[in-house]
Design a protein. Structure first.
Length: 658
């Protein structure tokens, strides 16, 4: 194989290994700005053209308008989740980490160090803080804060990774030089004038195997006014093929491809972090929705309770006008009305807060109209159904497969293993073999002034063109070659030994972290399952208490109608019924949130809801809005207990004794 064939093969190998590029993100339904691809090597002009990313679309999705009817925002739990996928800014911000991670893979494929992807997990406004199942993760690596300042790790340490992208350099120059001569013996003229044109080309590239190649081609054309030059103009061509191979330090893929492997692992971490953000946001949206439902139903309970108290007060005042009841009964009724007005005010403001939090979580921007718009949940707690919990061991198995924080620790363990191999290689002495082969060619036209100046005939009888000069360079007529071995042995090698030992310790730490997380995970899943079971018991107890309060109220109402009970007793019974109804709603809300926490602990939030990752990546949900129940659009008259009409209490004569 000739040297030209070797150089051509090296260039082809470089294009094969490093010419392919990765898209910014997977090509499956991304919204504009997330499906841009980097140019390939076959389009060299686009290689030097910047890739523009459009600004984010800050308009709320059309789905939001479809949920608005008669100036109110009607939401089912499915609509809330779909709107979050389309509009939630926490998800939208995290979505940019995916193309950033792919750009890092492209960068490290060229031999550059990884920049990392921060990928922080963000809490939705009003949502609960991140639990261990959806804790924040950083995929940038490299350091951590310690008690004494910045604490760095051995991640990334090792040999200096060269650039794997081939480099082509070319230089063309022209030069004129005039040199006065001390004597004319060597030049034949008193003032030597030289015109030089040079053209130099160099191709160089490094490979992950620890191989470096370089090819140089130097060419020149020189004309002089000296009659003593054999050729004028003279042409020269020289090529050199240089190759170097590392045998110990810097040999192989473990150290040279570590940045690329870090970037690929970081891309996996970024995908997990996006899934983590999705789990957290959907979990918090569900919690916000059930808090909204609780506040909505509690406000209705408080409204009915106040209405009942006001009607009771109205009847008491009428009875007072008839002198049928004492004034103290009216004062008690007025106190009840004031207390229930306060309860209703608290309930209304709580509902308004939950509405604001829900709208903030489901929109990109809020205008004044939307900020003041009521939110009507279409799924209420009356439809509560207790869920059958699978066996705890089955839940734990699901968590071991699905939990993102466990996957993150396992990938970090892989990263530590990559660092360990790289640091081990850096301990070795540096032994390199190198060599070059070069050829030289000369050509040009015979100098017609040479015979007269030298007194002899010009030995050059035939002109050689530029092509002939190149042929002379590559026909091995004037070879030059070299082979050498270079050895560098660091004495004591203390830094490398310390780094190697520390990398071993860090790997063992991460292995223990995986074991620890698996143990903690089992506890968390069991605790979440127990909490759900306890929540079901609380709901049953609250339902029985509500039913008992309802029966008590019915009895007190009948007693008042028969004249055997007082209005205050009926008011008290109705208040107890309202409290029991609110307690039941709170218990049902807590159960729903405990159920969400269980699925979060097992990592099954997305699977349970059937969320498409394509929809999550694109921010466009391909399904219709849930229909609004007619009862929600036109709510029936409030089912409120009516105050009984008290019988006037008259003085009865004492019974006659027989």
């Amino acid at each position: 194989m000739s040297l030209r064939q070797i150089a051509t093969a090296a260039i082809a190998l470089s294009a094969l290994l490093f010419g392919q590029t990765a898209p910014l993100v997977a090509q499956s339904g991304q919204q504009p700005g997330f499906n841009v691809e980097f140019p390939h090597l076959h389009d060299p002009f686009k290689t030097y053209t910047p890739v523009n990313v459009p600004k984010a679309n800050l308009t709320n999705s059309p789905r939001l308008d479809e949920c608005i009817h008669d100036g109110k925002l009607y939401l089912s739990i499915d609509d809330a989740i779909d709107l979050a996928l389309e509009n939630n800014l926490d998800i939208a911000i995290t979505r940019y980490d995916l193309p950033i991670a792919n750009a890092d893979v492209l960068r490290t494929a060229a031999g550059q160090f990884t920049l990392g992807v921060p990928a922080p997990v963000q809490n939705t406004l009003g949502g609960a803080s991140a639990s261990s199942a959806v804790s924040s993760v950083s995929v940038s690596g490299g350091g951590a804060g310690g008690s004494g300042g910045l604490v760095q790790t051995t991640q990334g340490l090792g040999i200096l990774v060269p650039s794997f992208d081939p480099l082509l350099q070319a230089t063309v120059s022209t030069q004129h030089n005039t040199t006065p001569q001390v004597n004319t013996v060597t030049s034949g003229v008193a003032s030597l004038k030289t015109n030089t044109i040079t053209a130099n080309v160099q191709y160089s590239q490094s490979f992950p195997t620890g191989t470096y190649i370089q090819f140089n081609l130097d060419q020149s054309r020189v004309t002089q006014n000296s009659p003593l030059q054999l050729l004028n103009p003279s042409l020269a061509a020289n090529y050199t093929f240089y190759i170097q191979q590392s045998l110990l330090q810097g040999f192989g893929f473990s150290g040279n491809l570590r940045w690329l492997r870090f970037a690929k692992d970081n891309r996996k971490l970024t995908e997990i972090a996006f899934r983590q953000q999705l789990d957290l946001t959907i979990t918090q949206i569900e919690n916000l929705y059930w808090d909204l439902v609780n506040a909505f139903q509690d406000e209705q309970v408080k409204e009915r309770s106040l209405t009942f108290a006001e009607r009771s007060l109205d009847q008491e005042q009428k009875q007072l006008d008839l002198k049928a009841v004492p004034a103290i009964d009216v004062m008690k009724a007025e106190t009840e009305v004031a207390t229930r007005q306060q309860d209703l005010t608290v309930s209304k403001t709580t509902l308004q807060l939950q509405e604001s939090l829900m709208k903030a979580a489901l929109t990109k921007q809020l205008d004044p109209t939307l900020e003041e718009m009521p939110v009507i949940p279409t799924v209420l707690l009356e439809a509560f159904q207790a869920e059958k919990i699978p066996p705890v061991e089955q839940l734990i198995d699901e968590a071991l497969k699905n939990r993102p924080d466990l996957n993150i620790l396992q990938i970090n363990q892989d990263i530590a293993e990559i660092s360990r191999k790289s640091v081990r290689n850096n301990m070795l002495p540096s032994v390199n073999i190198a060599g070059y082969y070069s050829g030289y060619g000369l050509g040009g036209a015979p100098n017609p002034a040479y015979p007269a100046a030298a007194g002899t005939a010009n030995p050059v009888t035939q002109a050689t063109s530029y092509a002939g000069t190149l042929q002379n360079a590559f026909n091995n007529s004037s070879p030059d070659y070299l082979a050498e071995v270079n050895v560098q042995i660091p004495l004591r090698n203390r830094a490398a030994r310390a780094d190697q030992f520390r990398s071993e310790l860090e790997l063992r730490q991460r292995e223990l972290s995986v074991v620890q997380q698996k143990k903690n995970l089992r506890f968390e899943v069991r605790n979440a399952a127990y909490a759900l079971e306890q929540g079901e018991a609380r709901v049953e107890a609250a339902r029985k208490a509500r039913d008992l309060a309802q029966r008590t109220f019915d009895i007190k109402k009948q007693e008042q109608q028969l004249g055997a009970g007082s209005n205050f007793e009926t008011l008290t019974a109705e208040h107890d019924l309202a409290v029991a109804s609110s307690t039941l709603a709170s218990a049902e809300t807590a159960y729903e949130k405990n159920r969400i926490a269980l699925y979060s602990a097992t990592g099954e939030i997305i699977q349970r809801l059937g969320i498409s990752m394509d929809d999550a990546l694109s921010g466009i949900v391909n399904k219709p809005v849930s229909p609004v129940p007619p009862s929600a659009l036109q709510p029936p008259p409030a089912q409120m207990p009516q105050p009984p009409t008290s019988q006037p209490q008259t003085s009865q004569p004492p019974a006659t004794q027989p």
